[in-house]
Design a protein around this ligand. Structure first.
Ligand code: IPM
Ligand code: MG
Length: 362
C-alpha cells in the first residue's frame, strides 16, 4: 500500500471549511483505492499570527518539505488587514511558494456546460473555452529587491522591483511548451514588451525556447490586449504563460469566465522528477471570503478539485484524480449547487452537503 504525507494548511475565513470537505473526499479515495494518506496540519496566515505571532513558522516549512504535497486553504481577512503590520497573512503563501521553490502556478479554466448560463458572459462567447494559465510564481515584482517604503522631506515613497533572469524565464516557458505539447499545441506568451525591459527579455527568450518546440505554435501577446481577448474570445486560448503579477491579475479575470471563483483549483509546482512528479502546493484560487465565513455557504469544489490535481501532479494517481473530477461533474449534473453557483431550477446545498455529495459519488 502506497503511503503519502500531506500537509494541510487551512488558513483563515472559509479555508478551514473547504479543507474539511476535501479531507472527506480524500478519506474515501484512500479506502476505495487502497492508499494511505498521512495528514498533518499547521496554522498559517492570520491563524498562524494569532497562534504563533507569525504567518508561517520555519517548522511549517520543514514539514512541507518532507511532505508529498501541501493542501492550502486561503489566508487573510479584515482582522489582520493593516498594510503596515510586520506580520501579514499573505506572507504564508508567498513564503511557502518561495521556500519550496514552487515557480510554476497552473490555473486551468474549464467552463462546465451546465454552469455556462450563470456566467456574466454570454454562453456563445464561452463555448469551447478550455485553457490553462501558467503563472510564474517566485520572481518579478512580488520578490524583486529593493522592495521598501520610506519617508522623505517631500512625503512618503515606496519602490518595488520587477526583475527576471534568463533562467527564470526559460524554465517557466518550458513548463508552458511542455504542457501545450500535451494539449492543443498552442502557447500564448504574455508580456509588456512594448514598454518594459523585462518584457523584451521575456519575448526574446520565449522565441528562442520556441525553436526547440517547432510542433507548438507560439504567439506573443501584450498583457493589456490579452486581458481584452480573455473576455472577447476566451476559447481562442490553449496555454497561456506569463510573469507573476500579470498572472495574478489575468487568472482572477479568467476565473470569472466559469461563473464563480468557487470552481477553480490551482497547482503550484517546483522541480519535477523523471516521471514528471514532485512536491506541489494545491489551493483554490478564491480567497478567504470573510463575508460568508462560518456560514456553511462556501463552495468546496475548488478545494476538492485542487486535491484531485494534487493526486495527479504530486503522486501520479491519475485514476483517483479523474474519479474525483467525475464525482464533481456528476453532482453538478444532478443540479446541486452551493449559493455562489445556484441558478434557476438548481438545488441549493451548503458546504458540508456538497462535500457529502461528492464523497458519496466516490
Ligand atoms: C493569488 C493571491 C495571492 C497572490 C495573494 C493572497 C498573496 O491573490 O494566489 O492569486 O497575489 O499571489
Ligand atoms: Mg490573486
Amino acid at each position: 500500500m502506497a503511503s503519502y504525507r500531506i500537509l494541510l494548511t487551512p488558513g483563515d475565513g472559509i479555508g478551514p471549511e473547504v479543507i474539511a470537505e476535501s479531507l472527506k473526499v480524500l478519506e474515501v479515495v484512500q479506502k476505495r483505492f487502497k492508499h494511505e494518506f498521512q495528514f498533518d496540519e499547521e496554522q498559517v496566515g492570520g491563524a498562524g499570527i494569532d497562534a504563533h505571532g507569525v504567518a508561517l513558522r520555519p517548522e511549517t516549512v520543514e514539514k512541507a518539505k518532507k511532505a508529498a504535497a501541501v493542501l492550502f486553504g486561503a489566508v487573510g481577512g479584515p482582522k489582520w488587514d493593516n498594510p503596515q503590520a510586520i506580520a501579514r497573512p499573505e506572507d504564508a503563501i508567498l513564503g511557502l511558494r518561495k521556500q519550496l521553490g514552487l515557480f510554476a502556478n497552473l490555473r486551468p479554466v474549464r467552463i462546465h456546460p451546465l454552469l455556462a448560463a450563470d456566467s456574466t458572459l454570454k454562453p456563445e462567447v464561452l463555448e469551447g473555452t478550455d485553457m490553462v494559465v501558467i503563472r510564474e510564481l517566485t520572481g518579478g515584482l512580488y520578490f524583486g529587491k529593493p522592495q521598501k517604503r520610506w519617508e522623505t522631506a517631500r512625503g512618503r515613497q515606496a519602490v518595488d522591483t520587477l526583475k527576471y533572469s534568463e533562467q527564470e524565464i526559460d524554465r517557466i516557458l518550458r513548463v508552458g511548451f511542455n504542457l501545450a505539447r500535451q494539449r492543443r499545441k498552442k502557447l500564448t506568451s504574455v508580456d509588456k514588451a512594448n514598454v518594459l525591459r523585462t518584457g523584451q527579455l521575456w519575448r526574446e527568450i520565449a522565441t528562442e525556447v520556441g525553436k526547440e518546440y517547432p510542433d507548438v505554435a507560439l504567439e506573443h501577446q501584450l498583457v493589456d490586449s490579452c486581458a481584452m481577448r480573455l473576455i472577447r474570445e476566451p476559447s481562442s486560448f490553449d496555454v497561456i504563460v506569463t510573469e507573476n503579477m500579470f498572472g495574478d491579475i489575468l487568472t482572477d479575470e479568467a476565473a470569472m469566465l466559469s461563473g464563480s471563483m468557487g470552481m477553480m483549483p490551482s497547482a503550484s509546482l517546483g522541480k519535477r522528477d523523471r516521471k514528471g512528479l514532485g512536491i506541489g502546493l494545491y489551493e483554490p484560487i478564491h480567497g478567504t471570503a470573510p463575508d460568508i465565513a462560518g456560514q456553511k455557504k462556501a463552495n468546496p469544489l475548488a478545494m476538492i478539485l485542487s486535491a484531485a490535481m494534487m493526486l495527479r501532479l504530486s503522486m501520479g494517481l491519475e485514476k483517483e484524480a479523474a474519479a474525483i473530477e467525475k464525482a464533481v461533474d456528476d453532482v453538478i449534473a444532478e443540479g446541486y449547487r452551493t449559493p455562489d453557483i445556484a441558478g434557476t431550477g438548481s438545488k441549493t446545498v451548503n458546504t458540508i452537503e456538497m462535500g457529502d455529495l461528492v464523497a458519496g459519488k466516490l
